[in-house]
Design a protein around this ligand. Structure first.
Ligand code: SIN
Length: 291
């Protein structure tokens, strides 16, 4: 395995490994360490099938079956399809996934360690790929907070709600997402997590608080919570924490859902895009795995 850092705030390419094959525990450890260090890992030119893709994700934790799972690969409810492609007039995938800054599964009691996408079809216009996925570095954003703000968030939790992002998407013109059902809302009720979150791989604090899912800071008057959230969002929005992945078909992209936030850029209209996705739960003893 060759790991080449991007030289930017996030990102590395990992070559010399075929993800169709099972990983050794040494390879799993090496990838986990790289994930903590670089936040976004690209394994280019991968041709793995759906079984191998799910097996790769399972090396790092259990695979979530999304609560609103409208589109997935046959026989694989844990492998979602993100796509704007229509067949016989019907969508074959979720066409608007992740279009806003967030981190996956912060709305869940067991949060996500990583999300992994495998690019099957990338929109290309005039030779340039469209539909970048943008990331921000939350290790660096936490480090960048002034000391008094760090003191104010220490020991504090924020509430994350799946329905917030869902409703935000539904408000967009032409959006076809149905409202979440009562049963879906019950399966993912709002949950609280520390804002200064200790990353299970790096052991360092990250800013775990995104505008996509956070509704408020717990135990704080609403106006104070809003003002403090505003400070946290402004810090994480800085350009110095930004990294954009430009897709190539065959890329397997694995990102750290605890140490980064992300946003899917919807600039490709009807040009076809097709991604497979797994969301991997942070349900293992990572400190022991990387020791
Ligand atoms: C996501 O937020 O999981 C989707 C990202 C993308 O499709 O670029």
């Amino acid at each position: 395995m060759r790991i080449t850092p991007s030289g930017q705030t996030l990102g590395a390419r990992i070559e010399g490994i075929d993800l169709q094959n099972p990983l050794s525990s040494a390879e799993i450890r090496e990838i986990l360490v790289a994930l903590g260090q670089h936040g976004v890992l690209c394994f280019p030119k991968q041709t793995l099938d759906v079984d191998a893709f799910a097996a790769f994700g399972s090396c790092f934790g259990g695979l979530e079956i999304n609560v609103a799972n409208m589109f997935h690969e046959p026989e694989h409810p844990e492998v979602m399809i993100l796509s704007n492609i229509k067949k016989d007039g019907k969508q074959i995938g979720l066409g608007d996934a992740g279009q806003g800054w967030h981190t996956d599964m912060s709305y869940s009691e067991t949060i996500a360690l990583t999300t992994i996408l495998h690019a099957q079809k990338v929109p290309v216009v005039n030779g340039a790929p469209l539909g970048n996925t943008e990331f921000r570095n939350m290790h660096a954003a936490y480090d960048g907070l002034p000391a008094d703000v760090k003191a104010r968030i220490e020991g504090r939790t924020a509430t994350h709600d799946f329905n917030k992002f869902w409703e935000m998407m539904r408000q967009r013109p032409g959006n076809t997402r149905p409202p979440l059902t009562e049963a879906q809302r019950k399966r993912k009720p709002p949950v609280s997590h520390p804002i200064a979150y200790t990353h299970p791989v790096t052991g360092k604090k990250v800013l775990y608080c995104t505008i996509g899912y956070v509704t408020h800071i717990d135990g704080m008057p609403a106006a104070e919570s809003e003002a403090l959230l505003d400070i946290l969002y402004r810090e994480q929005d800085r350009d110095q924490y930004l990294y954009a992945h430009r897709w190539t078909e065959g890329d397997v992209l694995m990102w750290d859902d605890i140490g980064t936030t992300h946003n899917a850029v919807a600039d490709y209209g009807d040009h076809p895009r097709y991604m497979r996705r797994v969301q991997v739960l942070a349900d293992r003893d990572y400190p022991a795995m990387v020791r």
